[in-house]
Design a protein around this ligand. Structure first.
Ligand code: ARG
Ligand code: ZN
Length: 871
């Protein structure tokens, strides 16, 4: 079935209240839903009530206390007819579930012995028949009954209101959530878990009890998450004036989870990967992710929960905005410049390929067959960029008053993107209709810019174009805020007296037409251009800049992103030139200047270590492939990259060696951004040193002497990737597995390191690891660690020329699809850029996709991705 935005229509009935009773047992859990149903004003009395279901078994139904009203029930729908004349009536529905057999991890399931739920977007209908759509807001009262031995802990949304014994070793708890909410925010958790407690006093002086529930024995591993939670609560008060609105806030970590985490009202449920951390088990990246995701889910309390989405087409209303908020939070907690560079790298790595391939869709899609397939980088990350541009265009102050208006006007409502844009129009008095195209038009805009300077006048010829994307061939011109700087030969910003041809305000060029001839008058000398500062717009730029100008920017741009971008452009240009030489049967060779520049950045003590680490990280093979764009040969990409890395290492042997020694962590472990930045720089330097003679010794010593997971993984990864199959690598891998056998999150890293070892041999490794006793196909983290990283993080392994990895992967997808369609569909997106490969690989990839499409039973989820990829 195809769902279309323009088909939205309010439902005939409302459900202002729901009282749920769960009797939890592993294979037969009963759920009694007591609904207060209200006919909407204007609905005819004879209108049927059509409730959503998914795989449900109806056990009992009563209407206003009378059994068996006129109804028709299938596993996917419950239709009631001949309803009472009265505006409002009570409907009681009993269903029976089997949480143990729920491998799709949607609805009510058991993870590691813990009952838990995932209802977004359409999981509630796997629990009971309901109007399972986000514009139906209900007050929930939930009673949970369970055997005390199995589930001493009973949680749901809102505040706890009752609890006690039931006899026979059973007990119960009742929860009441006073805030009306859509069904996707419902949650229940029951099990035997340990707990870390704390409290937070809100800005108005209320005390909130905080708890993070984790597996027994892992309580200490929740300390960092708890700290991040308290910082998030404080930050949302300071930055957006948002206060928490319940007496308790619970977080539960579970080990089987399809996504990162879920913002259920007052009861966030997390993939344990984003809660549990200490120096022995988590890397610095894990710590940063935990901080960001704890914040993200907490921020949803206002952007998502208090103000929710009218329908799933509006998903970006809550996700784009909340990602923007968590980005700002992390920027304030860490280094803003470094954070921005990391965000842009993620956007380019995950969203650009989506926008440039067959799965492209607008930030607010207009069509879907399976909404689960739209929890994408476009909705989340590009959605966040759109909010950022809004702030750039309006200015921080006006943006903030628009947000105030949003919270004031729409609290308690289910809204649309139009509602969101309107508050900013009202707050600013501006017309944002052209800006609104960012939500509705897919594809990454390109700006082609030609610059010339003559007699005090700088002229920029700017052309914008938006490439065609599936079902959108003709595009309208967009409003692109392009932040810029003109830098003089002394390294300082030079001014101009007037600009004509486009609006220029506060360091931003407003590109609104297909082409602009923009003239800056009164520019004293030919300036070096810094364009798209801070990555003010998610676009690609085509501009010829001389290498010496780029090198100048590396040293002088006051914008950290601009400096990083300039060096990254130099690296990318060099890599692509090397790649072309290799394809032509020659050797890749590189200019001395680039190695010198790398050495200068590495040792520039005025720069933050974290920044230096990012700058010195070569574009990934996938980055390079994306910038080449077509006819890609992944083996040549890898060769070009390895050669450049070795070239830079050879030219900087001495300073890199010194830096490596200097940066050694002494003293107790600290997870803060500055300490993490030093480790990051040292580990990037390690990667270079490992390319030189004796490199294996350094990597091995790094591994043996590591005192935290970040360094351990850096050592092991370097050994495994540069010296695959050597006895010392095998010994280190065995050592790691022995040390971490009981910590699944650490074992995920062990699987990942092996699946991402470059080269054709990886396929055999991955096949063997699928038969490893620690590989569990029902556990999404493990599947992603082995198969997800193989397909997206191992260009030469996955895209091996004979196509056997594609065929293997297609079979694996079908196997996963039998239990967890959401996961198989997500993994299948690894094929999305298949058309940019060289022809032979393209054909093999196409065959693999066709084989999935032709298989016997393919889920709606997987079929949707495969068919769009082939279209
Ligand atoms: N709303 C969650 C978040 O962004 C994501 C949950 C999506 N779940 C899913 N099954 N599609 O934090
Ligand atoms: Zn979210």
């Amino acid at each position: 079935q195809l769902f279309r935005l323009e088909d939205y229509r309010p439902s005939d009935y409302l459900i202002p209240q729901i009282h749920l009773t769960f009797r939890l047992a592993r294979d037969t859990t009963t759920v009694v839903a007591d609904l207060t149903v209200e006919r909407r004003a204007g609905t005819e009395a004879c209108a049927p009530l059509v409730l959503d279901g998914d795989g449900l078994k109806l056990k009992r139904i009563e209407l206003d206390g009378y059994g068996n009203p006129a109804h028709e029930a299938t596993s996917g729908k419950l239709v009631l007819t001949n309803l009472p004349e009265a505006r409002s009536f009570r409907l009681l529905i009993e269903t029976e579930l089997d949480p143990d057999r729920n491998k799709a991890l949607m609805g009510l399931y058991r993870s590691n012995g813990v009952y838990c739920t995932q209802c977004e977007p359409e999981g509630f209908r796997r629990i009971t028949y309901f109007l399972d759509r986000p514009d139906i807001l209900s007050v929930y009262h939930v009673r949970i009954e369970a055997a005390k031995a199995e589930a001493p802990l009973l949680l749901s949304n809102g505040n706890p209101v009752a609890g006690g014994e039931l006899g026979d070793g059973w007990h119960f708890a009742e929860w009441h959530d006073p805030h009306p909410k859509p069904s996707y925010l419902f949650a229940l958790v029951a099990g035997d878990l340990g707990c870390l407690r704390d409290s937070f006093t809100t800005m108005s002086g209320r005390t909130v009890e905080l708890a993070i529930h984790v597996e027994h024995g892992k309580e200490k591993l929740a300390a960092y998450a708890m700290d991040a939670l308290k910082r998030s609560m404080k930050w949302d008060e300071d930055a957006f004036g948002r206060e928490y609105d319940l007496d308790v806030f619970n977080i539960v970590a579970v080990s089987d989870f399809n996504m990162g985490a879920m913002e259920n009202k007052g009861l966030n449920i997390f993939n344990d990967k984003y809660v549990l951390a200490d120096e022995a088990t988590a890397t610095d990246t894990d710590f940063a992710n935990i901080e960001a995701i704890i914040a993200h889910e907490y921020f949803h309390n206002w952007t998502g929960n208090r103000i929710t989405c009218r329908d799933w087409f509006q998903l970006c209303l809550k996700e784009g905005l909340t990602v923007f908020r968590d980005h700002e939070f992390s920027a304030d907690q860490r280094s803003r410049g470094v954070k921005r560079i990391a965000e842009v790298r993620t956007l380019r790595a995950l969203q650009f390929p989506e926008d440039q391939g067959p799965l492209a869709h607008p930030v607010r899609p207009r069509r879907y067959r399976e909404i689960n397939n739209f929890y994408t980088a476009t909705v989340y990350e590009k959605g966040s960029e759109v909010v950022r541009m809004l702030r750039t265009i309006l200015g921080a102050e006006t943006f903030r008053s628009g947000m105030e208006l949003y919270f004031e006007r729409h609290d308690g409502q289910a809204c649309t993107i139009e509602d969101f844009l309107k508050v900013f129009e009202d707050a600013s008095g501006r017309d944002l209709s052209q800006f609104g195209l960012w939500y509705n038009q897919s594809g990454t805009p390109n700006l082609t810019i030609k610059a010339s300077y003559e007699a005090g006048t700088l002229t920029l010829d700017i052309e914008q174009s938006v490439p065609p994307t599936p079902s959108e061939s003709r595009k309208r011109a967009m409003h692109i805020p392009l932040a810029f700087g003109l830098i003089g030969s002394d390294g300082k910003e030079t001014g101009f007296t007037a600009a004509e041809g486009a609006t220029v305000e506060n360091g931003v060029i407003h590109v609104r037409k297909r082409s602009h001839k923009l003239r800056f008058h009164g520019v004293p000398e030919r300036p070096v251009l810094s364009l798209n500062r801070g990555f003010s717009a998610p676009v690609t730029l085509a501009i010829e800049q001389r290498p010496e100008d780029l090198a100048f920017l590396v040293g002088h741009d006051s914008d950290p992103f601009g400096r990083w971008q300039a060096f990254n452009t130099l690296l990318t240009d060099a890599l692509i030139a090397g790649y072309r030489l290799l394809l032509g049967g020659k050797e890749a060779n590189y200019q001395k200047d680039i190695a010198k520049l790398a050495g200068r950045i590495a040792t520039d003590a005025t720069l933050e270590p974290a920044y230096r680490a990012l700058a010195l990280t070569l574009p990934s093979e996938a980055d390079i492939a994306r910038d080449i764009g077509r006819d890609i040969d992944p083996d040549a990409v890898l060769a070009a990259r390895s050669t450049l890395s070795a070239f830079i290492a050879a030219a900087n042997r001495e300073p890199f060696g010194k830096l490596y020694e200097e940066l050694e962590d002494r003293g107790p472990f600290r997870p803060d951004a500055a300490s993490a930045g030093r480790r990051a720089l040292r580990n990037v330097v390690l990667g270079y040193l490992a390319r030189l003679e004796g490199g294996a010794d350094i990597a091995e010593r790094h591994y043996r002497t590591a005192t935290n997971m970040t360094d351990l993984i850096a050592g092991l990864g370097t050994l495994a990737h540069e010296h695959a199959g050597s006895p010392r690598t095998d010994a280190a891998l065995a050592d790691f597995a022995a040390r971490h056998a009981t910590m699944p999150l650490a074992m995920d890293k062990w699987f990942q390191i092996q699946s991402t070892t470059p080269g054709t041999k990886a396929l055999e490794t991955v096949r063997a690891l699928m038969r490893h006793p620690a590989f569990h196909i029902d556990n999404p983290n493990r599947v992603r660690a082995l198969l997800g990283t193989f397909s997206t993080g191992n260009q030469t392994g996955f895209h091996r020329a004979d196509g056997t990895a594609y065929a293997f992967f297609a079979d694996a997808l079908l196997e996963i699809d039998g239990g967890n369609p959401q996961l198989s569909a997500r993994l299948a997106t690894a094929f999305r850029s298949w058309r940019s490969l060289e022809p032979a690989r393209q054909e093999k990839a196409r065959q693999a996709l066709v084989s999935i499409a032709g298989a016997n039973s393919v889920s709606v989820d997987l079929r949707d991705i495969v068919e769009r990829s082939l279209a």
